[in-house]
Each structure stands twice: as C-alpha cells, then as structure tokens.
Design a protein around this ligand. Structure first.
Ligand SMILES: *Cc1c(COP(=O)(O)O)cnc(C)c1O
Length: 365
C-alpha cells in the first residue's frame, strides 16, 4: 500500500519530546512554545508568531482578532478547505466567493474587484496545493479599497512569492502543522503578524480570553482554549530544523511526477512554474477531463493499492452553507471542475523515488 501521506520524523523529534517527558513540561507553559514561535516567525520574516492547537483554530483567532463581525463581507476563493469560510461564518460575517484560475488553481485575482462592496472588510487568500496566489494585484486592491488582508499559508511553509516568504503578506497570516504539511506537530497551527496589539489580542483569544493584567477568571469577552502543548512545539522545533530539506524533497517528488505525467492525455496538471514562483508541490494533483475518467482512475489506483484523495469541495456547494441560505444560484465553473474531476496522488515526505515511479507507471497504464 502506498498511502497519500507518510510524515518524516527523522531529526531531533524524539530528543526534544523526551525532554518534555523528563522535565515534566508538557502543557502550553513549557519553554519550547516560545522558542518555536520565535524561530518560525524569524523564518517567515514576521515579528510575531502565536502557536495554537491547529490551523483551523488559527483562522478562528485571526478572524476574531481583526474584529470582523456581523454583516462584514470577506472575499475568498470558493475552492478551498472549509476552515476559512467556517471562521468567517462563525463570527456572523459573510464569505463572498470568487472562482479559481484554471492554471494555478488559486483564486482568480482578476475577478476580485467586481466583488468589492461598501461592506467588504477583507480579502482572504488561500495558497492552493503548492503555488502562491498572485499577490501583487491583491495587495493593490487592499490598498486602493482600504481592506485587510488575511493569508492562509497552511500549505506553503517555505514557499515564496517573488522571493518573499508566503505567510509574510497578510495583516494576519496563518499556518497549519497537520501531518501532511511541510512540517508537522501532529496537530498544530500558528498565527503570524507584525502588529504588537494584534499579537496580544491573538494570545488572549487562544487562552479563553483571560485578561492579561486583570484578575484571573474574570472575562470581558469569549475566546477559546486553542493553546499548543510543549510536546507539539518540541516536534515543531525539530521539524523546522528540517524544513529546507523537506522543501527540496517535495520539489523533487513534484518534478518527477510533473515530468512523468505532463503529456498524459485526459489530465491537466497545476502549473509547474509562474513568473513569481516555482511550485513547491504540497500535494501532486491531477484534474481529469471528465468526472468518469477521474472516478475510474481513482478506482484503478486503489485496486493496485495506491492511495488518492479527492480535491477540496467548493464552498458554494457545501450543504451546510446552502442550508443557511448562503450562495444561492452561484456558480463557479472552473472551481467546480477542479472539485469534481481533481484528485491527488501520494506525495508525502516519507515517499521513496521508487514509489513515485510506480505511481507514474500505474497512471500511464
Ligand atoms: C490544512 C489546512 C487548513 C487547516 O489546518 P488544520 O491544522 O488541519 O486545522 C487550513 N487551510 C488550508 C488551506 C489547509 O490546507
């Protein structure tokens, strides 16, 4: 069996985790948290990193910390994981959706401006599968209309846009450290920003909104317990030491797949390179020309024990949002095709080159 993801934990993970056990520092009070936050923030080039329990929690905190609330509109891609849309809806704000670009699979930046209204407060970009969003036009729109920028860089550790780190663009940016990301803490996430007040607010919201200076157990607003444990941070520190190696490996696997599959009839691949970035291949995805071809291919790969995952499902077609009366009669043809006909093949860091070659062979068959 070749699973879609196997993590790579071959550095100082065991050593640092053992230190947690031996010293008894296992909660969020332990010393690895601050160290992981500082090193990750330094890597991305940001002043503050605020570690939390997962990437979706990071989005909850980010949206609330920016004081987005009832009726505010946030422009975002329809083709993404549910996390950002969920965080927006949970504060009473409204996600306003945009279709994808057919070659990068990211939000089509040329369609954003038409969606801006007097209620628009922010643009939320999600870098999808390995290529960054074309940030320059987005930054210009944020400036022109005085909008906040939220950056979901959950899949982009170490990727750059015109040589600048992804995760360094947003007024607030987030990362995830789920086991299929470039570095993992099992479960985990981090919020990044440069603004001191915003960072303090995020720290407060992740910690039940305890008042930093007031009497403990008296609360003036609601937050969450989204704290990261010292054990997760121990993993994170060890993984961060390997991030550059992980990126080289991801790109190598991505390039092998790309070279092996770019002429495969009936399938489209994400762009290998744009004028602002080279794909980091968080996952290696294929989009079949038809839904039947996609289903049949996935089934045949399963028969030879090769794991696949379907692509994200569009936000405007989520039953949970449709039942709330959101996105009625909205259609986004490019994103819908990605969602219906797209799947990705094994692309984890634990994958061997022989396994990549085997997957290519089977796909060609
Ligand atoms: C993984 C991911 C998340 C969520 O992170 P979790 O840690 O799994 O909660 C959010 N956004 C994107 C784009 C992701 O890929």
């Amino acid at each position: 069996m070749i699973p879609v993801n196997t993590p790579l934990l071959n550095g100082n993970e065991l050593k640092y985790l053992t230190q947690c056990i031996e010293t008894g520092w296992i909660s969020s009070e332990g010393p690895f948290i601050k160290s992981f936050e500082e090193k990750m923030a330094a890597y991305v080039g940001r002043k503050h990193g605020i570690a939390v329990s997962n990437g979706s929690a990071a989005l909850d905190v980010a949206i609330k910390a920016l004081n987005l609330s009832k009726g505010d509109e946030v422009i975002m891609p329809t083709f993404t994981i549910i996390s950002p849309a969920q965080s927006i809806v949970n504060v009473g704000a409204v996600p306003v959706l945009v279709d994808s670009d057919a070659s990068t699979w990211n939000i089509d930046v040329t369609q954003i401006e038409a969606k801006i209204t007097s209620k628009t407060k922010a643009i939320l970009v999600v870098h999808i599968y390995g290529l960054p969003v074309d940030m320059q036009p987005v930054l210009e729109l944020c400036k022109k209309y005085n909008l906040l920028l939220i950056e979901d860089a959950a899949e982009m550790h170490g990727q750059t846009y015109n040589e600048q780190q992804c995760g360094s663009f947003g007024d607030i940016s987030i990362f995830s450290f789920y086991p299929n990301k470039h570095i993992t803490t099992g479960e985990g996430g981090m919020i990044m920003c440069n603004n001191d007040d915003l960072a303090e607010r995020c720290k407060k919201l992740r910690n039940l909104a305890f008042e930093p200076n007031g009497r403990r157990f008296i609360h003036y607003e609601l937050g969450w317990n989204y704290r990261m444990t010292n054990m997760q941070a121990a993993l994170g520190l060890a993984q961060l030491e390997k991030l550059d190696e992980h990126i080289v490996k991801k790109r190598k696997v991505g390039k092998m797949y790309y070279e092996g599959l770019k002429d495969l009839k009936g399938f489209t691949l994400q762009q290998f390179k744009t004028n602002y970035a080279e794909n980091i291949y968080w996952v290696f995805g294929l989009v079949a020309d038809t839904e039947e071809l996609a289903n049949e291919t996935v089934k045949k790969l399963a028969d030879v024990k090769i794991g696949t995952r379907p692509f994200f499902w569009c936000m405007h077609q989520q039953p949970v949002f449709r039942n709330m009366g959101l996105f009625k009669n909205e259609h986004y043809p490019i994103a819908e095709k990605l969602a219906r006909n797209g799947f990705y093949v094994p692309s984890g860091l634990g994958l061997s080159e022989e396994e990549v070659e085997l997957v290519i062979e089977e796909l060609k068959k």
